[in-house]
Design a protein around this ligand. Structure first.
Ligand SMILES: [Fe+2]
Length: 377
């Protein structure tokens, strides 16, 4: 019987000291664009037909020293591959559901747990997307949920809280938001910055700068800060003056790219003002909790993605620039590929375009590409 490995089991194994070897049998192009990455993961890209050509010589290419996990698009070819390797004596399994299943896996990590405030980070490792659930009393706020909304419903149920607010910090271009769907099923308000939703057909509540969101414990301070630059009126959510859910404005190792909605120069200028006039004036001890990550090295020792502003500033060349023109020039020079299908995804998130669940899955495949990174990884 060939060992079937779920996305959740794969994620756990990636963090084991022993490590794993991913044998990715997809095309070299697909492998280059997007693959399983993690702390104790090494990877080989070798298609099944090449493996068959190699015959027993494949043992010269694939080492025996670590457990092997074969990976393909949907799990079918990987299963055949694992079967051949098992015959050659390998400790091998295959990723059930392939990269499709990997793309839909989420992990919940606690950031801060006290009676008056419980803050959870919900990580989608395949895409590097991060969302949050904040609970206080018997109510909750969800920030930037992915479209697999059962994750948030289940967490709220476990915690015994009712979701009262759902916020999208900005109009997402890299993934399909679960915001409106989650708000619908949980009878919550769905908040989005108004300027982001021009001509949108979707029902939402407009989110404004300095707006306070009330939740459970009346004294809890949750304030929205307008931080434009990645998008025209993207928001950060400041929680108790200590945690900044920074959306796609600031990441642990980078800042939000300014070009996805056009007008990159103007947006770059806004981003400079946001960094110098809003972000840099927050206390150095502010814990930055971003909306994405681009590399597993960004996980901190507590197992979540977050870093004190002070340390981010120390590492970031962009955050230390005082000249706007120089900031924009460097920023634009560092831009990589945009997220796959970002124009269609943006329209879907405004409610202007609808596709089936399976089409949504296809559109979202691939990494997020939301950050401009100015730090070596
Ligand atoms: Fe974004």
């Amino acid at each position: 019987m060939i060992k079937k490995i779920s996305a959740e089991q794969l994620y756990k194994r990636m963090n084991d000291e022993q490590g794993i070897l991913i044998l990715d049998v997809r095309s070299s192009l697909a492998f280059e664009k997007w693959r399983v990455e993690g702390k104790h993961v090494s990877a080989i890209n070798l298609q099944l037909f090449k493996m068959k050509e190699l015959g027993k010589e494949v043992t010269q290419v694939i080492p025996y020293d670590k457990p092997v996990v074969a990976v393909c698009e949907k799990g079918v070819v990987a299963k055949q591959t694992a079967s051949i390797l098992e015959g050659l004596g390998y400790d091998v399994g295959y990723l059930s559901g392939g990269m499709l299943a990997w793309s839909e896996f989420y992990e919940t990590v606690p950031v801060y747990l006290k009676d008056s405030l419980q803050l959870y980070q919900i990580i989608r490792p395949a895409k590097g997307c991060i969302s949050y659930l904040i609970a206080s009393g018997n109510e909750a706020l969800v920030v930037d949920p992915g479209r697999h909304i059962a994750i948030y419903e289940e967490l709220a149920r476990k915690l015994g809280v009712t979701i009262r607010h759902v916020v999208d910090t900005h109009l997402h271009a890299d993934h399909i938001s679960g915001g409106h769907a989650l708000a619908d099923v949980s009878v919550a308000k769905f908040w989005v910055p108004e300027e982001e939703m021009k001509d949108a057909t979707r029902k939402y509540e407009p989110l404004f700068d300095q707006q306070k969101l009330r939740l459970g414990n009346e004294n809890l301070k949750i304030i929205c800060l307008k931080t434009p630059g990645h998008t025209i009126s993207g928001m950060c959510i400041l929680v108790e003056g200590k945690y900044l859910l920074s959306g796609d404005t600031l990441f642990v190792n980078g800042i939000g790219r300014p070009d996805l909605k056009g007008a990159a120069l103007e947006m770059g200028s806004l981003l400079f003002e946001t960094m110098t006039e809003i972000i840099s004036r927050l206390g150095d001890g502010m814990m930055i909790l971003p909306g994405h990550y681009s590399h597993f090295s960004e996980f901190n020792e507590h197992g979540f993605i977050g870093e004190m502003l002070f340390h981010i500033k120390q590492r970031s060349a962009l955050l230390n620039l005082c000249d706007k023109e120089e900031f924009i020039a460097i920023l634009l020079n560092l831009l990589g590929d945009p997220p796959p299908n970002y124009e269609v995804i943006t329209k879907i998130n405004q409610g202007k375009y609808e596709v089936s669940f399976n089409e949504q899955t296809e559109l979202e495949l691939g990494p997020n590409h939301c950050a401009v990174t100015s730090v070596q990884q």
